[in-house]
Design a protein around this ligand. Sequence first.
Ligand SMILES: [Zn+2]
Length: 262
Amino acid sequence: MTSHPHPAQDATITTRTAQGCEDSSLCGLHPTALAEHSSRRSFLQMTVRGTVAGLTAAAAVEFVAPRPALAQSTLSPDAALQELLDGNKRFTAGRLTACEHDLDVLKQHTIEKQEPFAAVLSCADSRVPVELVFDQSIGHIFVARIAGNIATSEIIASLEYGAGVLGTKVILVMGHGGCGAVKSTIQAKSVPGQISALYPHIRPAVDQAGPNLEAATKANAKIQAALLRQASTVISGLVKENKLKVAAAHYDIGTGTVSLLE
Ligand SMILES: [Zn+2]
C-alpha cells in the first residue's frame, strides 16, 4: 500500500489494485529482475496480466483516506524534481506504485486537460522507459524523447509548450549509459539515411569531454540542459522567475538509478 502523495492524482478517490498489482504486474519487480527476463514474450505476457489485474480491480474502486493535496500548481520546482527522484527510488527498490493507480480514473481525469508536474527530455533508447523509471502514470510527466536527448528546435518547442502552457515545474534532461547516439558521434561513423543529423547536436559534448562514452554522455546532458535555459526565452523567463527548474541527469541502465549531474 502506498502513502506517498501524488501530484496529479485526485486526493480523495485514490484507487488501487489490492491484489493484482504486487504479484502479477510489473509492480514489485526489481529492475535487475526485469532485465533478467530473457524473452520479449514473457515481458509482454506480464504486462498483459498486469493490465487485466488493473482492470479487474478498477471495478471495485476503493475509497481511502484523503492524502495531502499536492496539486501541480502548488509544487515548487525543487519539490517537482524531488517527486521524480522519489519515484526513481521506488523503481530501484522494486516498489512501484504507479501501477496501483486506477488507469480508468486517471484517463477520465485527464480527458479535458493535462497538468503534468514535470517534463523529461530523454533518449529514445528502449532501455529508458521514462514513466516506469520515475514510477509515474497517465497525466504525470510530459516526455520528449529523441536519440541522444538533444534540444533541437522541435524539442525546445515541445518543452516550451510543457512549461509555458501546461505548467511543468521542472525539466529533467536525462542521458543514459551505453547511449548509441553519443557512441556513434564519438566514432563519427558513416551511417545510413539521416542518422548523422544527430551528430552536430552531440559533437560539442564530445569536443568538451573527449572520447570516453560516459563522460561525453554526461557532458551532453548538461549541454542540452544549458541550451534549454539559454536558447528558449520561454524557459529562461520561467527559470528567472523561479517557476521552473532545468536539471541534467544520468540514468544507469544497469542499476536503474537516476543521478543528478548538477
Ligand atoms: Zn541513447
